[in-house]
Design a binder for this molecule. Structure first.
Ligand SMILES: [Fe+2]
Ligand SMILES: [Fe+2]
Length: 177
């Protein structure tokens, strides 16, 4: 799996790393590392994995033109900022309602484009009724499900991505655990 990570190091440095570092510096994304998403994977690590593999897939499918928005949308797709195991979403059941919460938080903390909003709002389709309206939205919707399944049944995963995130956190001036 991680041979893909090594193969495109330059792209990651230029796009993925810059986008992640910027969001860590300018939003409350660091908080997402406190909350578990699946297994022992934090929301921050899950979001970074979804962004990374969506980015890879978009390049394979030859539509990486909106790469920055794709990465930002993916990194913010679960920007709900609470522990979903112990908190009732103010709008209802977490699975159905967290995309709206994540989009609201993202809009409060940063500028969100229409494409980024589509990615965040529709990533839980078909659990939520409205499908994505963009190719990027569809890619993230699918990659999110694959990553979620992988994280649920495995522990200690994405080791190189964990290290890479720590580097971005240091560059962003955030504490790296
Ligand atoms: Fe989600
Ligand atoms: Fe997710």
């Amino acid at each position: 799996m991680w041979h893909l990570f090594r193969a495109d190091r330059r792209d990651i440095e230029l796009c993925f790393g810059d986008t992640l570092t910027e969001l860590l510096r300018t939003t409350r994304m660091e908080m997402s590392d406190r909350f578990i998403q699946h297994g022992d994977t934090s929301v921050l690590l899950h979001s970074a994995a979804v962004a990374y593999y969506s980015f890879k897939l978009s390049r394979r499918l030859k539509f990486a033109g909106q790469r920055r928005e794709l990465l930002r949308g993916a990194l913010l797709h679960d920007y709900f900022l609470y522990d979903w195991h112990h908190y009732n979403n103010e709008f209802g059941v977490h699975g159905f309602c967290h995309p709206a919460t994540a989009l609201g938080n993202a809009r409060r903390d940063t500028e969100v484009t229409a494409l980024e909003a589509d990615i965040i709002a529709h990533h839980m389709f078909p659990l939520t009724p409205a499908p994505p309206r963009s190719r990027s939205g569809w890619v993230i919707c699918m990659v999110d499900k694959v990553c979620s399944l992988y994280e649920t049944f495995n522990r200690g995963i994405y080791p190189e991505l964990r290290d890479y995130i720590d580097g971005c956190r240091r560059n962003a001036g955030r504490f790296a655990a």
